[in-house]
Ligand binder design. Structure first.
Ligand code: PAF
Length: 283
Protein backbone atom coordinates (compact mmCIF):
# COMPACT_ATOMS: atom_id res chain seq x y z
CA UNK A 1 0.00 0.00 0.00
CA UNK A 2 1.31 3.42 -0.99
CA UNK A 3 0.93 6.64 1.05
CA UNK A 4 1.20 9.92 -0.87
CA UNK A 5 0.82 13.44 0.39
CA UNK A 6 1.24 15.56 -2.72
CA UNK A 7 -1.13 16.06 -5.65
CA UNK A 8 1.81 15.70 -8.06
CA UNK A 9 2.80 12.25 -6.74
CA UNK A 10 -0.81 11.14 -6.73
CA UNK A 11 -1.30 12.20 -10.35
CA UNK A 12 1.88 10.41 -11.45
CA UNK A 13 0.74 7.15 -9.83
CA UNK A 14 -2.78 7.38 -11.27
CA UNK A 15 -1.39 8.04 -14.74
CA UNK A 16 0.86 4.99 -14.45
CA UNK A 17 -2.08 2.80 -13.49
CA UNK A 18 -4.29 4.23 -16.21
CA UNK A 19 -1.55 3.63 -18.82
CA UNK A 20 -1.56 -0.01 -17.70
CA UNK A 21 -5.32 -0.09 -18.38
CA UNK A 22 -6.29 -0.30 -14.70
CA UNK A 23 -9.65 0.95 -13.46
CA UNK A 24 -9.63 3.26 -10.44
CA UNK A 25 -12.10 3.20 -7.55
CA UNK A 26 -12.06 6.13 -5.14
CA UNK A 27 -13.23 6.38 -1.53
CA UNK A 28 -13.09 9.96 -0.19
CA UNK A 29 -12.93 10.10 3.63
CA UNK A 30 -11.96 12.35 6.50
CA UNK A 31 -10.03 9.53 8.16
CA UNK A 32 -10.46 7.85 11.55
CA UNK A 33 -11.60 4.91 9.50
CA UNK A 34 -13.97 2.22 10.78
CA UNK A 35 -15.71 -0.82 9.34
CA UNK A 36 -18.14 1.43 7.46
CA UNK A 37 -15.25 2.87 5.47
CA UNK A 38 -13.80 -0.65 5.25
CA UNK A 39 -16.96 -1.81 3.49
CA UNK A 40 -16.71 1.07 0.97
CA UNK A 41 -13.07 0.17 0.29
CA UNK A 42 -13.76 -3.54 -0.18
CA UNK A 43 -16.74 -2.78 -2.43
CA UNK A 44 -14.50 -0.47 -4.48
CA UNK A 45 -11.90 -3.23 -4.67
CA UNK A 46 -14.47 -5.73 -5.94
CA UNK A 47 -15.34 -3.39 -8.84
CA UNK A 48 -11.97 -1.83 -9.74
CA UNK A 49 -8.33 -2.84 -10.26
CA UNK A 50 -6.94 -0.14 -7.95
CA UNK A 51 -8.50 1.64 -4.99
CA UNK A 52 -7.48 5.08 -3.76
CA UNK A 53 -8.65 6.34 -0.35
CA UNK A 54 -8.30 10.03 0.45
CA UNK A 55 -7.93 11.11 4.07
CA UNK A 56 -8.51 14.81 4.44
CA UNK A 57 -10.37 16.66 7.18
CA UNK A 58 -11.78 19.35 4.95
CA UNK A 59 -11.98 22.73 6.75
CA UNK A 60 -14.40 24.28 4.24
CA UNK A 61 -17.24 21.96 5.24
CA UNK A 62 -17.11 22.77 8.98
CA UNK A 63 -19.08 25.66 10.47
CA UNK A 64 -17.42 28.10 12.91
CA UNK A 65 -18.76 26.30 16.02
CA UNK A 66 -18.25 22.77 14.76
CA UNK A 67 -15.65 20.13 15.63
CA UNK A 68 -12.91 20.81 13.02
CA UNK A 69 -10.15 21.16 15.61
CA UNK A 70 -11.06 18.12 17.63
CA UNK A 71 -12.09 15.89 14.71
CA UNK A 72 -10.44 12.52 15.52
CA UNK A 73 -7.33 11.49 13.60
CA UNK A 74 -5.34 8.21 13.57
CA UNK A 75 -3.32 7.67 10.40
CA UNK A 76 -1.62 4.50 11.69
CA UNK A 77 -4.94 2.73 12.22
CA UNK A 78 -6.30 4.18 8.95
CA UNK A 79 -3.42 2.50 7.08
CA UNK A 80 -4.44 -0.85 8.58
CA UNK A 81 -8.11 -0.40 7.62
CA UNK A 82 -7.18 0.57 4.05
CA UNK A 83 -4.74 -2.28 3.46
CA UNK A 84 -6.85 -4.97 5.16
CA UNK A 85 -9.77 -4.07 2.88
CA UNK A 86 -7.69 -4.15 -0.29
CA UNK A 87 -6.96 -0.43 -0.75
CA UNK A 88 -3.87 0.34 -2.84
CA UNK A 89 -3.12 3.96 -2.07
CA UNK A 90 -3.85 6.56 0.60
CA UNK A 91 -3.87 10.18 -0.47
CA UNK A 92 -3.43 12.23 2.72
CA UNK A 93 -2.68 15.84 1.78
CA UNK A 94 -2.07 18.65 4.27
CA UNK A 95 -4.51 21.58 4.24
CA UNK A 96 -1.86 23.69 2.46
CA UNK A 97 -1.65 21.14 -0.36
CA UNK A 98 -5.40 21.26 -0.99
CA UNK A 99 -5.85 24.97 -0.28
CA UNK A 100 -2.50 26.68 -0.99
CA UNK A 101 -4.14 30.10 -0.99
CA UNK A 102 -7.47 31.57 0.02
CA UNK A 103 -10.13 29.90 -2.11
CA UNK A 104 -12.37 32.18 -4.22
CA UNK A 105 -14.18 29.52 -6.23
CA UNK A 106 -16.75 27.19 -4.70
CA UNK A 107 -19.26 24.65 -5.95
CA UNK A 108 -22.61 25.91 -4.69
CA UNK A 109 -25.55 23.65 -4.11
CA UNK A 110 -29.27 24.38 -4.13
CA UNK A 111 -32.69 22.70 -3.73
CA UNK A 112 -31.41 19.37 -2.38
CA UNK A 113 -29.75 21.22 0.50
CA UNK A 114 -32.89 23.17 1.48
CA UNK A 115 -33.74 20.67 4.20
CA UNK A 116 -32.18 18.39 6.85
CA UNK A 117 -28.45 19.03 7.44
CA UNK A 118 -28.45 21.61 4.66
CA UNK A 119 -30.44 23.97 6.89
CA UNK A 120 -28.82 22.96 10.15
CA UNK A 121 -25.25 23.29 8.82
CA UNK A 122 -25.19 26.34 6.52
CA UNK A 123 -22.35 26.15 3.97
CA UNK A 124 -21.63 22.51 4.79
CA UNK A 125 -22.60 21.09 1.41
CA UNK A 126 -20.86 23.90 -0.44
CA UNK A 127 -17.67 22.80 1.33
CA UNK A 128 -18.33 19.13 0.61
CA UNK A 129 -19.06 19.70 -3.08
CA UNK A 130 -16.04 21.95 -3.46
CA UNK A 131 -13.61 19.47 -1.94
CA UNK A 132 -15.17 16.47 -3.68
CA UNK A 133 -14.88 18.32 -7.02
CA UNK A 134 -11.23 19.07 -6.29
CA UNK A 135 -10.63 15.43 -5.35
CA UNK A 136 -12.38 14.18 -8.50
CA UNK A 137 -10.19 16.49 -10.59
CA UNK A 138 -7.07 15.26 -8.79
CA UNK A 139 -7.82 11.52 -8.67
CA UNK A 140 -9.91 11.22 -11.88
CA UNK A 141 -11.46 7.94 -10.72
CA UNK A 142 -13.76 5.70 -12.77
CA UNK A 143 -16.02 5.10 -9.76
CA UNK A 144 -16.45 6.82 -6.39
CA UNK A 145 -18.06 5.33 -3.27
CA UNK A 146 -20.20 7.13 -0.69
CA UNK A 147 -22.14 5.73 2.28
CA UNK A 148 -25.90 6.12 2.65
CA UNK A 149 -25.49 7.27 6.26
CA UNK A 150 -24.85 10.69 4.73
CA UNK A 151 -27.86 10.24 2.45
CA UNK A 152 -28.33 13.91 1.64
CA UNK A 153 -24.63 14.20 0.80
CA UNK A 154 -24.92 11.23 -1.56
CA UNK A 155 -27.98 12.77 -3.29
CA UNK A 156 -26.22 16.15 -3.64
CA UNK A 157 -23.04 14.61 -5.04
CA UNK A 158 -24.98 12.49 -7.56
CA UNK A 159 -26.72 15.66 -8.77
CA UNK A 160 -23.45 17.62 -8.86
CA UNK A 161 -21.88 14.91 -11.01
CA UNK A 162 -24.87 15.03 -13.36
CA UNK A 163 -25.03 18.85 -13.44
CA UNK A 164 -21.30 19.42 -13.94
CA UNK A 165 -20.62 16.38 -16.18
CA UNK A 166 -18.01 14.77 -13.99
CA UNK A 167 -16.87 11.57 -15.72
CA UNK A 168 -17.28 9.34 -12.68
CA UNK A 169 -19.84 6.77 -11.61
CA UNK A 170 -21.21 7.35 -8.10
CA UNK A 171 -21.89 4.22 -6.09
CA UNK A 172 -24.06 4.52 -2.94
CA UNK A 173 -23.32 1.93 -0.24
CA UNK A 174 -25.47 0.63 2.61
CA UNK A 175 -25.09 1.89 6.19
CA UNK A 176 -22.87 -0.33 8.36
CA UNK A 177 -24.03 -0.70 11.97
CA UNK A 178 -22.59 -2.07 15.20
CA UNK A 179 -24.02 -5.43 16.35
CA UNK A 180 -26.52 -3.49 18.42
CA UNK A 181 -27.57 -1.20 15.56
CA UNK A 182 -25.62 2.05 16.01
CA UNK A 183 -24.67 3.44 12.58
CA UNK A 184 -20.87 3.52 12.44
CA UNK A 185 -19.38 7.01 12.41
CA UNK A 186 -16.00 8.49 13.27
CA UNK A 187 -17.88 10.79 15.66
CA UNK A 188 -19.01 7.77 17.74
CA UNK A 189 -15.52 7.97 19.26
CA UNK A 190 -16.72 11.07 21.19
CA UNK A 191 -19.31 8.90 23.03
CA UNK A 192 -18.88 7.11 26.34
CA UNK A 193 -20.09 3.49 26.58
CA UNK A 194 -23.28 4.64 28.30
CA UNK A 195 -23.91 7.25 25.61
CA UNK A 196 -23.35 4.60 22.93
CA UNK A 197 -26.07 2.48 24.56
CA UNK A 198 -28.40 5.50 24.70
CA UNK A 199 -27.67 6.32 21.06
CA UNK A 200 -29.20 2.99 20.01
CA UNK A 201 -32.53 4.79 20.33
CA UNK A 202 -31.87 6.39 16.91
CA UNK A 203 -31.95 3.11 15.02
CA UNK A 204 -34.73 1.75 17.22
CA UNK A 205 -36.86 4.80 16.39
CA UNK A 206 -36.24 4.48 12.65
CA UNK A 207 -37.24 0.81 12.71
CA UNK A 208 -40.27 1.56 14.86
CA UNK A 209 -41.44 4.23 12.40
CA UNK A 210 -40.96 1.80 9.51
CA UNK A 211 -43.23 -0.67 11.33
CA UNK A 212 -45.83 2.06 12.02
CA UNK A 213 -45.88 2.92 8.31
CA UNK A 214 -46.27 -0.78 7.46
CA UNK A 215 -49.18 -0.95 9.90
CA UNK A 216 -50.92 1.84 7.98
CA UNK A 217 -49.99 5.11 9.73
CA UNK A 218 -48.96 7.46 6.93
CA UNK A 219 -49.55 10.92 8.37
CA UNK A 220 -46.15 12.53 8.76
CA UNK A 221 -47.04 14.80 11.71
CA UNK A 222 -48.27 11.78 13.61
CA UNK A 223 -45.19 9.71 12.75
CA UNK A 224 -42.79 12.53 13.67
CA UNK A 225 -44.52 12.99 17.03
CA UNK A 226 -44.26 9.26 17.79
CA UNK A 227 -40.61 9.25 16.72
CA UNK A 228 -39.62 12.33 18.73
CA UNK A 229 -41.33 11.02 21.85
CA UNK A 230 -39.47 7.74 21.48
CA UNK A 231 -36.09 9.47 21.12
CA UNK A 232 -36.75 11.57 24.21
CA UNK A 233 -37.26 8.45 26.34
CA UNK A 234 -33.44 8.52 26.62
CA UNK A 235 -32.59 11.44 28.89
CA UNK A 236 -29.32 12.39 27.15
CA UNK A 237 -30.99 13.05 23.80
CA UNK A 238 -32.12 16.28 22.13
CA UNK A 239 -33.73 16.08 18.68
CA UNK A 240 -32.12 18.41 16.14
CA UNK A 241 -34.50 17.15 13.45
CA UNK A 242 -36.63 14.16 12.63
CA UNK A 243 -38.07 14.43 9.13
CA UNK A 244 -39.76 12.35 6.51
CA UNK A 245 -38.78 13.52 3.04
CA UNK A 246 -39.21 12.55 -0.58
CA UNK A 247 -36.32 10.22 -1.31
CA UNK A 248 -35.37 12.01 -4.53
CA UNK A 249 -35.99 15.69 -3.79
CA UNK A 250 -35.30 15.74 -0.03
CA UNK A 251 -38.47 17.85 0.35
CA UNK A 252 -40.86 17.36 3.28
CA UNK A 253 -43.89 15.22 2.57
CA UNK A 254 -47.24 15.36 4.36
CA UNK A 255 -48.21 11.74 3.80
CA UNK A 256 -46.07 8.68 3.20
CA UNK A 257 -47.51 8.14 -0.28
CA UNK A 258 -44.26 7.58 -2.20
CA UNK A 259 -40.69 6.44 -1.54
CA UNK A 260 -39.39 8.39 1.42
CA UNK A 261 -36.39 8.78 3.66
CA UNK A 262 -36.83 9.06 7.41
CA UNK A 263 -33.84 11.11 8.50
CA UNK A 264 -32.81 12.29 11.93
CA UNK A 265 -30.12 14.22 13.72
CA UNK A 266 -29.90 13.94 17.49
CA UNK A 267 -27.61 15.53 20.06
CA UNK A 268 -26.31 13.26 22.79
CA UNK A 269 -25.67 15.17 26.02
CA UNK A 270 -25.55 18.42 24.02
CA UNK A 271 -22.04 17.53 22.77
CA UNK A 272 -22.22 14.94 19.99
CA UNK A 273 -24.55 15.25 17.02
CA UNK A 274 -25.40 11.92 15.39
CA UNK A 275 -27.30 11.39 12.15
CA UNK A 276 -29.05 8.29 10.86
CA UNK A 277 -31.75 7.41 8.34
CA UNK A 278 -33.83 4.65 6.80
CA UNK A 279 -35.25 4.31 3.29
CA UNK A 280 -38.93 3.44 3.00
CA UNK A 281 -39.51 2.02 -0.45
CA UNK A 282 -43.11 1.35 -1.49
CA UNK A 283 -43.60 -2.24 -2.63
O1 PAF B 1 -18.36 12.06 4.06
C1 PAF B 1 -17.24 12.54 4.31
O2 PAF B 1 -16.42 11.95 5.02
C2 PAF B 1 -16.87 13.90 3.74
O3 PAF B 1 -17.97 14.73 3.67
C3 PAF B 1 -16.17 13.79 2.35
C4 PAF B 1 -17.11 13.22 1.30
C5 PAF B 1 -14.92 12.94 2.47
C6 PAF B 1 -15.76 15.20 1.88
O4 PAF B 1 -14.87 15.78 2.76
Amino acid sequence: MILVKSIKELRTQVELWKNEGKSIGFVPTMGYLHEGHGSLISKAKSQNDKVIVSIFVNPTQFGPNEDLDKYPRDLENDKKVVSSNGGDLIFAPEVKEMYPSEIYTFVNTSVLDNNLCGIKRPGHFRGVCTVVSKLFNIVKPHRAYFGKKDYQQLAIIRKMVEDLNFDVEIIGCEIIRSDKGLALSSRNSYLTDIEKEESLVLNRTLNMLKEKIKSGITNVNELVKIGEENILTEKSTKVDYLKIVDINTMEDVVEVDRNVLIALAVYINEKVRLIDNIEIIKE
